[in-house]
Design a binder for this molecule. Structure first.
Ligand SMILES: [Zn+2]
Length: 291
């Protein structure tokens, strides 16, 4: 059984460890985390960028570990981004187009959960960055990795508007948590939906319902490490107040998260592994060339 962590931020500062002043030690810590995942049969990871400041970091990680990366401006970083950053993304995509490890445009999207981002001017700025990046994905014929938080309908509108001339979308709706009909709409447009640690919580009723009921060919797995810790790593606010640090998610958790999904669906881990493997390659076809 082999796995693909389709979304993991291994370059995040949370993985610098205690060695923030020594870049080479931080590199060793990341290599050991990646190795722990490899031991658990996580064959490939995809590292999405969040802003031009980490374009180089995700590319270098992918090259160091035989993985894939994506380039984009994350909605939570749009606030501090400018038109120049979009131009820089365009030229970086042009420069890396023949890099087999560049598998998508991402992480892009819309976040209407954070109150400040839900209202304009930042709401409109997010929509502008999202749509411009969809155009770039279309221009370079790359899949998209899409961040969604309380924004599914506006995301869908952007995809439909920009795909107007028969463009076939591919990619992943990352950490999807919406209605059944929104899920169906993304799937119809060509997307796979990403499931991770959030699904492991008993109280995540709608998410578990989706994980159980969606067609098996619509699902991919992701850790979103260091975020979205599964329930066995999660510390409550009370525990954190008492001095226990929040558990840090990592790509090695993927098979255990997968087991939760297999149990929810009542299928074997082998069957799930085969299905999500095929689905991941459909969503991000360039990964095939890395195997
Ligand atoms: Zn992410």
């Amino acid at each position: 059984m082999q796995w693909i962590d389709t979304h993991c931020h291994l370059d995040a500062p949370e993985f610098n460890g205690l060695s923030t002043l020594d870049a080479s030690l931080a590199g060793e810590l990341r290599a050991s985390l990646r190795n722990s995942a490899a031991i658990k049969n996580v064959a490939k990871c995809v590292y999405p960028a969040v802003h031009p400041f980490n374009f180089q970091a995700v590319r270098e990680l992918a090259h160091a570990h035989g993985d894939g990366y994506a380039l984009g401006i994350h909605p939570l970083y749009v606030k501090d981004a400018s038109e120049t950053d979009l131009t820089q993304l365009d030229s970086e995509l042009a420069l890396r187009m023949d890099d087999p490890r560049l598998v998508a445009v991402g992480e892009i999207g819309l976040d209407f959960f954070v109150p400040e981002l839900k209202v304009s001017p930042l709401r409109n700025k997010q929509i502008h960055f999202y749509r411009e990046q969809l155009k770039l994905a279309k221009k370079y014929d790359l899949p998209v990795v899409v961040h969604v938080r309380q924004s599914a309908d506006v995301l869908l509108k952007g995809l439909r508007d920009i795909a107007a001339q028969n463009h076939h979308w591919r990619g992943i709706i990352h950490a999807f948590n919406g209605s059944d009909s929104q899920a169906a709409a993304f799937i119809k447009l060509g997307f796979k939906l990403g499931f991770g640690g959030a699904m492991t919580f008993d109280r995540a009723l709608q998410l578990r319902h989706l994980a159980e009921m969606l067609p098996l060919d619509a699902i991919v797995l992701e850790t979103d490490a260091p975020d979205m810790p599964p329930h066995w790593l999660y510390k409550t606010a009370a525990q954190r107040a008492a001095g226990e640090p929040q558990g840090r998610n990592e790509p090695a958790q993927l098979p255990r998260i997968a087991q939760v999904l297999a149990d929810l669906r009542g299928i074997s881990l082998e069957k799930l592994s085969q299905a999500v493997w095929v689905n991941s390659l459909m969503a991000l076809p360039k990964i095939k060339n890395l195997l």
